[in-house]
Ligand binder design. Sequence first.
Ligand code: PGA
Length: 252
Amino acid sequence: MRKKIVAGNWKMNKTLAEGTELAKTVNRLVEENDVTVVLCTPFIHLSEVNKIITKDSLFLGAQNCASEASGAYTGEVSAQMIRSAGADYVIIGHSERRSCFREDDSLLNKKVKLALENDLIPIFCCGEILKERQAGKHIQVVKTQIENGLFDLTTEDFSKIVIAYEPVWAIGTGVNATAEQAQEMHKIIRGLITDRYGHQIADNTPILYGGSCKPSNAKELFANPDVDGGLIGGASLTSSDFMGIVYAFKEI
Ligand code: PGA
């Protein structure tokens, strides 16, 4: 059975004091069951939040990593540093990185490989913008992002990947993809993985949905056969909303 994962992406929110407070509450409320919960914090929160985590099902993640291993890259944070701060996961290719920081597929491919070399699990994001969906190009867009970002990995490396499908038009807008839209794309993604790496790997790859996921729609989204959890932005900033999403799995 593949992993169920709910990952919170705090983005550029929370002071250190606020972040550690939130992490403490989440750590207290997380239940030791089959749902993996990940807190993807700003870099400077990582080691403090790492000290707070005591639950076996709660993990630490970063939101990005550098595309180079080390050296003269002022302001960057390497995969090795992230690992050394106690993280197990790293988000790569979030749409805000792709659009605000012009990160393209080949750069993201380098980041994925550095993450894997440093024992971090990449949560690789993909998703179309509204214009692409309206033009009927969404499937091709996501296919290209996944092929270019991930499909030169060895089978062993790919087997560690988590994918997050995040339609850009749903991120932070309050308009989530419908359960049907999410399931359709997740099934297509799993089909691509099957064609490239075979059934067993595809069956074991967690594919998360992201984009205005909240306690009120999480159950409907997560109940789909190819939706294995969520990458949560806004609703991960309060423990009640975030845990409401984590607990949605109990009702399925
Ligand atoms: P949102 O963001 O939940 O605020 O829509 C999701 C994300 O960007 O990962």
